[in-house]
Design a binder for this molecule. Structure first.
Ligand code: NAG
Ligand code: NAG
Ligand code: NAG
Ligand code: NAG
Ligand code: NAG
Ligand code: NAG
Ligand code: NAG
Ligand code: NAG
Ligand code: NAG
Length: 415
């Protein structure tokens, strides 16, 4: 059996050159499993792993992209074209992502997805309190397509394996292939159908150049597999990051706006937790919301970030899972027009602008009635106080005038 790996240049990268010098793009990789002269599995995809692991003080989240140096592992197999087939993508120090396929007469599917990662790799998992290989697996991947068709899913789609989430995007994959190339007939995933209108709109908007002072407001939605929305968020985001600059050889602090039009969003909703991922070429963010079912209140409980910006000496990553920001009541949305600063870890904070969000109890595509944040209420108070003060002053002036007039009048009469 021979295996081959090719690198694929993402269209995004070409586009990227026109916008800014891009570094740290989540690369697309092409992987092929062959038996004799025929190819049985071919996959073109980008993948990002969000791994929660233990450190001395608690937990940390690492974002690990499937690198362009990924190779097809020797455990990959075609099984003569009818039984189970395996695609093993190996990368780095003992990390691998394995797909197990099965088929019947009309469909093929990914029966299981297994991630093996190496906590001894301290470059990827700094400060990990345990070492060695960890294996996580899931049988529910939702990847399923007709025989002789290519499975296509451009939308970023998460697959949960215990504490790890694999986010696939720009995926084109086929198993039990009739020819050497991906079939031109495609099975399009549900998420792409749902996002089709939005994607079309996105493709004709030209991204603006350098970020303006105030970030553009993005519109982010998460839906269950059946298309029902479970999280709605509208907000402008600005990252405030401190890092070591290579060119200046010193610590610098930089503000960068998240560009909604170049950001993919995806997420997972569960009964008492919801996670929203915002993935941009050089910046990944995750927001975890928790619902306290006793008090029927929700809040932003965790934020994780990874950034690979030009001129950074090393990529920045940080996470904090013990936050209590943006609190709201179940059935209502949280709203804050004023700018807020969310401190996450030393060296990283997030400025939010014009936030409206609802991570639980969403009904259709409308926000529940809004609960204004304290800052907004304070802002509303200022005009009221100013107004009241002005009215008070006017009254005093009037009284002084009337009293003055009366006394001068009286004075005149006595004379
Ligand atoms: C592989 O293809 C080459 C050229 O197309 C052919 O000569 C060779 O016999 C094939 N080998 C197998 C095992 O089919
Ligand atoms: C972990 O805890 C130690 C002592 O409790 C503290 O000095 C250190 O800064 C903490 N690290 C992080 C990343 O919070
Ligand atoms: C795990 O990572 C460590 C440190 O990079 C390396 O020495 C070890 O060989 C790796 N394990 C495997 C199975 O590759
Ligand atoms: C798939 O294609 C192969 C080769 O072209 C053909 O023999 C087979 O019948 C096709 N199967 C289906 C389900 O279309
Ligand atoms: C979609 O799935 C969610 C969660 O599984 C469920 O609560 C909701 O009722 C479903 N919606 C429809 C229209 O089936
Ligand atoms: C960015 O963060 C630094 C501290 O890390 C703070 O001094 C500065 O005011 C922040 N700037 C903005 C615009 O939030
Ligand atoms: C960067 O700065 C450090 C100390 O501030 C110095 O030791 C080092 O030589 C500098 N490196 C370069 C490439 O200038
Ligand atoms: C949920 O809210 C109740 C009442 O406010 C509080 O006592 C409890 O500690 C909260 N639970 C969690 C897990 O935060
Ligand atoms: C996480 O955020 C909390 C609340 O802002 C803060 O007290 C704590 O120090 C942060 N933890 C880390 C590791 O920065």
């Amino acid at each position: 059996m021979s295996q081959r790996v090719q690198q694929r240049r993402l269209l995004a990268e070409i586009a990227c050159v026109f916008i800014l010098g891009c570094v740290g793009v989540v690369q697309g990789v092409t992987l092929e499993v062959k038996e004799g002269n025929s190819t049985c599995i071919k996959a073109e995809l980008s993948a990002l792993f969000s791994v929660v692991y233990n450190v001395a003080n608690g937990t940390r989240t690492a974002f690990v992209p499937l690198p362009d140096t990924t190779t097809v592992g020797s455990r990959s197999s075609c099984s003569g074209g009818s039984g189970a087939a395996w695609l093993v993508a190996s990368f780095g120090w003992g990390h691998s992502l394995s797909f197990t396929f099965s088929r019947d007469n009309s469909l093929y599917r990914v029966d299981s997805l297994t991630l093996q990662y190496n906590l001894s790799d301290s470059a990827t998992y700094p400060g990990s309190s345990s070492t060695g290989l960890v294996t996580m697996s899931t049988a529910s991947t939702g990847i399923l397509a007709g025989i002789n068709t290519t499975y296509r899913c451009e939308t970023a789609s998460p697959v949960r394996l215990g504490g790890v989430t694999v986010i696939f995007s720009d995926m084109r994959m086929e198993a039990y292939m009739p020819g050497r190339d991906l079939s031109t007939n495609e099975t399009i995933c549900t998420a792409d159908y749902i996002n089709n209108a939005a994607a079309l709109k996105m493709s004709i908007t030209v991204p603006p150049p350098t970020p303006p002072a105030k970030p553009e407001r993005g519109n982010y939605t998460i839906a269950y597999g059946n298309g029902t929305n479970c999280l709605l968020a509208r907000m402008g985001l600005q990252l405030n990051l401190t890092y070591t600059s290579t060119s200046l050889n010193k610590t610098v602090q930089q503000l960068v706006n998240l560009q909604p039009r170049q950001t993919k969003n995806t997420g997972l909703c569960e009964e008492n937790s919801a996670t929203l991922w915002l993935l941009e070429k050089r910046t990944n963010l995750s927001f975890s919301f928790t619902l306290n079912s006793t008090s029927s209140k929700y809040y932003l409980s965790g934020i994780a970030v990874s950034a690979t910006w030009p001129d950074m000496k090393e990529p920045f990553s940080g996470s904090n899972r013990s936050l209590e920001y943006l609190q709201g009541a179940l059935g209502h949305s949280y709203m804050c027009s004023a700018e807020q600063t969310l401190s996450v870890v030393p060296g990283f904070s997030l400025n939010t602008f014009q936030v409206q969000l609802q991570p639980f109890g969403v009904n259709g595509d409308q926000f529940g009635s809004a609960e204004e944040c304290q800052l907004d209420e304070d802002h509303m108070l200022i005009p009221i106080i100013v107004g009241a003060t002005m009215a008070g002053l006017a009254l005093i002036v009037l009284i002084v005038y009337l009293v003055g007039r009366k006394s001068s009048h009286t004075g005149y009469e006595t004379i």
